[in-house]
Design a protein around this ligand. Structure first.
Ligand SMILES: CC(C)(COP(=O)(O)OP(=O)(O)OC[C@H]1O[C@@H](n2cnc3c(N)ncnc32)[C@H](O)[C@@H]1OP(=O)(O)O)[C@@H](O)C(=O)NCCC(=O)NCCS
Length: 206
């Protein structure tokens, strides 16, 4: 079998603007599954630059599943972006030290936890994913969407704030796809089924 090498940073011959993402990530708080790719208009190193406000001292993680498709300029806003919103002022006095240092004593900035992207998720051009969001397996995020709420598996979401455009399949079909979990099959089995996986006949897998 001739199968793309999941450990190859640049799987397309003579093309350096698409990468198997896990192979170019340096930040240990960004975890990416096999075969997830990132395509960038100029340089794939922009991916980490577009994971914004991601500070080690907060420790939040960006976790992305397998076989995701991530378009250029997709941005993840992480928890370090948050100021206080339930106080008189959201100004971060404490970071400037001196007599302002005690402003945050016994308080903490709001955090919404890790950002978790499922498997086989397509993130369209210039989409923005806000902190702590979970995007379910098989979801599609439209170009320029701003995702502020969790996204159900196999739904298509677009706009700002992101709203459901439609579900890709019936609830029953989604249930069977979620138990199929094709992305966890051995790669040889996936390879033997690529034609069926790119068709709409779910009955092939019953
Ligand atoms: C979201 C998307 C997948 C929907 O495609 P589709 O199923 O063919 O949808 P349609 O064009 O039939 O539009 C369906 C509805 O969604 C709306 N819509 C489509 N794309 C949208 C987007 N990006 N943001 C907000 N709404 C969108 C349409 O206005 C339409 O609304 P209506 O039902 O009120 O008339 C597609 O428009 C998209 O954004 N793809 C991402 C492309 C991309 O960024 N590729 C990067 C390279 S991989």
């Amino acid at each position: 079998m001739d199968i793309p090498d999941k450990n190859e940073p640049f799987p397309l011959k003579n093309y350096k603007r698409l990468c198997f993402l896990k192979n170019i990530i340096k930040n240990p708080n960004i975890l990416v599954g096999d075969y997830t790719y990132y395509d960038d208009f100029s340089n794939v190193s922009n991916f980490e630059k577009n994971v914004k406000y991601h500070f080690d001292f907060i420790g939040d993680k960006l976790i992305i599943g397998k076989f995701c498709m991530i378009a250029s300029d997709v941005t993840f806003i992480m928890n370090g972006a948050n100021h206080l919103s339930d106080a008189i002022s959201s100004y971060p006095f404490a970071i400037f030290g001196g007599d302002w240092q005690h402003a945050m004593k016994n308080k903490s900035y709001p955090t919404k936890g890790n950002t978790i992207i499922g498997n086989d998720v397509w993130l369209g051009y210039n989409a923005t994913i806000m902190p702590g969001i979970r995007i379910g397996d098989g979801a599609i995020i439209g170009s320029n969407a701003v995702i502020t709420k969790d996204v159900e598996p196999y739904s298509i979401v677009g706009g700002n704030p992101g709203k459901l455009i439609r579900k890709r399949f019936s609830d029953e079909e989604i249930e069977s796809l979620l138990s199929l979990k094709w992305w966890d099959w051995p790669i040889e089995k996936i390879t033997g089924n690529v034609q069926k996986l790119t068709e709409i006949k779910l009955s092939d897998f019953k």
